[in-house]
Design a protein around this ligand. Structure first.
Ligand SMILES: [Zn+2]
Length: 122
């Protein structure tokens, strides 16, 4: 199976595929038969994900930035789903969401670290 990083849908691995049949992305998909296990720590993953998140946020083209952020979040989400026992998320956006949901925080939280994007629909 091939997993599209743009839309998150899986597709049969056909040799004549030129793009994702769901979203027409031409980005390189994940070959789910090539998944691997890496020995690391949550902290190291957080560093890498947050750097990627920050870099994607800093792209001057807003549309491209949001597309890259969605890919970073999709990857982070796949990793988080494998470790729901962790005390925190992998992204700065998840930390922001946690802070905003806290009963101890009142008022707006301003930040200029990442571009915040609306949640995906569907
Ligand atoms: Zn797709």
């Amino acid at each position: 199976m091939l997993l599209c990083l743009d839309c998150g849908k899986e597709t049969e691995n056909g040799h004549d595929l030129m793009c994702c049949p769901n979203c027409q992305s031409t980005g390189i998909p994940i070959d789910t038969e090539k998944l691997l296990t890496v020995r690391t720590s949550w902290h190291e993953l957080r560093i890498l994900v947050m750097w990627a998140e920050r870099w994607a946020s800093a792209l001057p083209d807003k549309q491209e930035s949001e597309k890259m952020l969605r890919i970073v979040y999709r990857i982070a989400d796949r990793m988080q789903q494998q470790h729901l026992d962790q005390e925190c998320g992998l992204t700065f956006a998840s930390e922001l969401a946690e802070l905003r949901a806290s009963p101890y925080v009142t008022g707006e939280i301003e930040q200029n670290v990442i571009r915040e994007i609306p949640p995906e629909r569907g």
